[in-house]
Every structure is written in C-alpha cells, then in structure tokens.
Design a protein around this ligand. Structure first.
Ligand code: SAJ
Length: 416
C-alpha cells in the first residue's frame, strides 16, 4: 500500500497528504530540494487552507516523506506542471510543453515493477497519457504497457485530471466527482479503487483521451463564458449600461447563467488549458481561440481607460502627477496568489507611468513584489485619499468597504 507522488506542488502535495491521512504510506518526490526539506520538517512551501496541519500530521505519523528521487511503490501519481513552450508556433499559437512529464516518466521507469499503476494527474493535451506510456515503455523495454499489450499489459496506466479549486483544495479533493480515463478498462478500474481511498464523489470511468479532453473542456467552458461577460462589459461601457446590473437581470432567466466580467483572466489553468485545445485543432477551435484573445486583451483595455482618467484629472487639477490607488493584486478574490494575475500586470504598467503616483491596497500581502520600488503598499484608509480608485480584485475585504469618493474604475462591480 505504498504510493509515490511525483511533483509536490499545488496538486501533488495536497493529494499526497490526503492519501497519507487515509492510511497509505506516501513517498513524495520533487526536484525542488527546498520543498523536500520543508515538507520533511512537517511544513509547507505553498499557501492552501488546512494543508499545513494535514502535512504536519502526516509527516509526524511517518506516513508522508519527501525525497528527490522516485522509490519503488505500488502506485505512482504524476502531478507535474504542463505549461506551454516559451516560443510560439509559426501560426502564433502556444504549444504545450510536456518536458516535465517526460522527465518524470524517465525518473520513475527504473523503479517500476509488474502490476504497478501509473496515473497522470497533470492537466494535459489530448494524447499525453499515450505519450507518457510510450516514454515509460522506451525506458523499460522489459515491461509491457497497455498501449502495446492491452489487458495483458503488466503496468496499468490511467489519466485522472485534477479539478480542485485553489483555496478549496482540501474540501474539493474529497467531495468532487473524478473522471478516470484508463488506457484499458482494467487500468481505469485499478485507478478508481485507489481514489476511493478518500474520494467521496463519484469516480466516472472513460478512456484516457476523453478524460484529457474533458478536463480541458471544463476550463475552456469557463474561459468562453468569462469572455462573453468581458465582451459584454466593453459593449455596456460604450452604451452607458451597468454590466453587472445587466448580467444580474439576464441571469434571472431560467436558462441563462453568465459569469462575471473582470480585469482579465489569471491563474495557471483557465488562461492556459484552452490553448491545448486550440493548438491541436486551430481550424475548428475558433470560439475557444477568440475567447482567449478577448480575455487576454482585457487588462490593456483597463490600462487605457485608467490612463484616460489620469489625463483628465491632471488637466482639471492642473497637476503633473496624479495619485492612483489599485485595490487588489492577486489573480482572484480572497487568496494571496499573485501568479499570472491580470491585476498585477495592470499595476505594473501604471507604475511605469511617470505621471502616476501609485498606491496599492492588498490586504493579502505584507510586502510589494519586486519592481514596485516607487509604489507604496497602503491600508484602505490611506488608499481612499487618491485621485483615482482602480478596483482590480473582488476581495470580500473591499466589498465590506464603501465606495471611495472621486473617480472610480471598478473592474469587478464591487462598488456599484
Ligand atoms: N474569473 C472572472 N470571472 C468569473 C470567474 C472567474 O473574471 O466569473 C477570473 C478570476 O478572477 C481568475 C480567473 O478567472 O482571474 C480564474 O479563476 P477561477 O476561479 O475561474 O479558476 P481557477 O484558475 O482558480 O481554477 C480553475 C477551476 N476550473 C473550473 O472551475 C472549471 C478548478 O476547478 C480547476 O481545478 C483549476 O482551474 C485547474 O487546476 O485547472
């Protein structure tokens, strides 16, 4: 009953810990020595509610141990990043980078033995699980893999994409339904049995390609719906209509459910995964592609709008510098995660402008990130003294405050 989890990030560490606290002996593997050391001290290197306590308990009980190299186990779980390549393709579309899966496959292949189960959890383009099987096969020619041997294979391979929401990971890991895509039916059944260790949701089985596409579809669905809301926000701005009131009213129709506009789409999932669909079939993925472009263009729209107001204030007040307060830097509400945050990008652009004195109010951080040397991190009472108020993140903290006086650009509809 030993499990080896490769990749101890936002998905791998909570999952490894969950298995450990439900009776498995778990070896966590990561190339980051700092992460390994931190976990072995019973601490965590990422922020996620309730994770620190669970890791501390699992490590103290001797059920979770971290190391930098895979060790023999009965099941292997691969939860490594799947970003896109730095260079765009000739057609301008980003291409998925499977190098972390390749490296993980090569690292774990030498410790594989007959009957072992290997599960890919990383969000992956269609075909990645078959590719992983091929990399494993290449590294271990003495074992047969489902791709070649069907039910006779002596290694079982499946794809079970993670679907947990940052900030709710420890709850959603248990409660969400899981899609389990096996290279064969036997592979899927073995993976379901493993997940049932702690998953209370239903485990729905399918093949690996469908499971890969299902995960991408979930995030593309959300991206397309947010793009629809963002497009409406531009149209409403021109037509002098409050887009939040509009959406609230339209959503009272029993079959309409529009998401919320914002300053752009951030995080490392929704803004990335739809490209995996576009890159495999650009000709047909037109709506998904357009939605990505609409959401990616939104931060620039907000910047342009803010600069117009800054110019207007400077002219009215006959001043050279205008004070602008940005409310929120994180990529979404009520978290401290600044990675791929449209709010952060917008604040950076404004910070570059010599005519702006920038104040930042972000209750979730205690220090501004690098590059904000001439800006100040301030509390709410200081922020409201600015000339222009730019609301970028809908933290509950801001919702509880009243709308500051003067010019306001509210990209989230918090201070209607
Ligand atoms: N956003 C809007 N308007 C909305 C909803 C979200 O502008 O109405 C923005 C957010 O502010 C944020 C971005 O979209 O910048 C993404 O936030 P999110 O809460 O939609 O999603 P993530 O990235 O935190 O997590 C998503 C989830 N996927 C879905 O809800 C379909 C999660 O379940 C996945 O596990 C995760 O991606 C992942 O790892 O793929």
């Amino acid at each position: 009953d030993t499990l080896c989890v490769i990749g101890l990030g936002y998905i791998g560490l909570p999952t490894a810990t969950m298995f450990a606290s439900h009776g498995k002996t778990v070896i966590g593997v990561d190339v980051n020595q700092h992460a390994v050391d931190t976990i072995n001290q019973g601490k965590i290197h990422i922020v996620e509610p309730d994770l620190d306590k669970a890791v501390h308990e699992a490590v103290s009980a001797g059920r979770l141990r971290a190391t930098t190299q895979p060790e023999p186990a009965d099941a292997f779980l691969v939860a490594v990043p799947t970003p896109f390549k730095k260079e765009l393709r000739e057609d301008g579309i980003p291409e998925p980078d499977l190098s972390y899966i390749e490296a993980a496959s090569k690292a774990l292949a030498p410790v594989l033995k007959k009957g072992d189960l290997v599960i890919l959890e990383s969000t992956s383009p269609v075909g990645a699980t078959e590719q992983m099987a091929a990399w494993l096969a290449e590294a271990r020619s003495d074992l047969s893999f489902p791709q070649q041997a069907g039910d006779e294979a002596d290694i079982l391979i499946a794809h079970c994409p993670e679907r947990v929401l940052p900030g709710r990971v420890m709850i959603e890991l248990i409660e969400n339904d899981r899609i389990v895509g096996g290279m064969t039916t036997k592979c899927a059944e073995a993976a379901v049995e493993l997940y049932q260790t702690f998953v209370k949701g239903e485990c729905l089985t399918t093949n690996a390609r469908t499971a890969e596409m299902a995960k991408l579809t979930e995030n593309a669905f959300r991206d397309v719906n947010i793009a629809f809301a963002n497009e409406l926000s531009l149209i409403c701005d021109e037509q002098d209509i409050n887009v939040w009131e509009l959406i609230k009213l339209a959503n009272r129709h029993p079959r309409v459910n529009i998401l919320q506009p914002g300053p752009g789409v951030g995080g490392h999932c929704i803004a990335v995964d739809p490209w995996f669909i576009v890159s495999v079939d650009p000709e047909n993925a037109r709506l998904i592609h357009a939605s990505r472009l609409i959401n990616d263009a939104k931060p620039q729209w907000v910047i342009t709008k803010a600069l117009e107001v800054v110019k207007k204030i400077a002219e009215e007040k006959l001043v050279d510098r205008v004070t602008v307060s940005c409310y929120g830097l994180s990529f979404k509400a009520n978290i401290d995660d600044l990675r791929e945050s449209p709010a952060l990008g917008i604040a950076r652009e404004l910070h570059k402008n010599k005519k702006i004195e920038l104040l930042i109010c972000e209750p979730y951080i205690s220090k501004l990130p690098k590059g904000f040397e001439s800006a100040s991190l301030v509390d709410f009472d200081r922020a409201i003294m600015a000339d222009l108020h730019l609301l970028l993140v809908d933290h509950d903290f801001f919702r509880k405050k009243s709308r500051p006086g003067g010019e306001v650009i509210d990209t989230r509809g918090v201070w209607r």
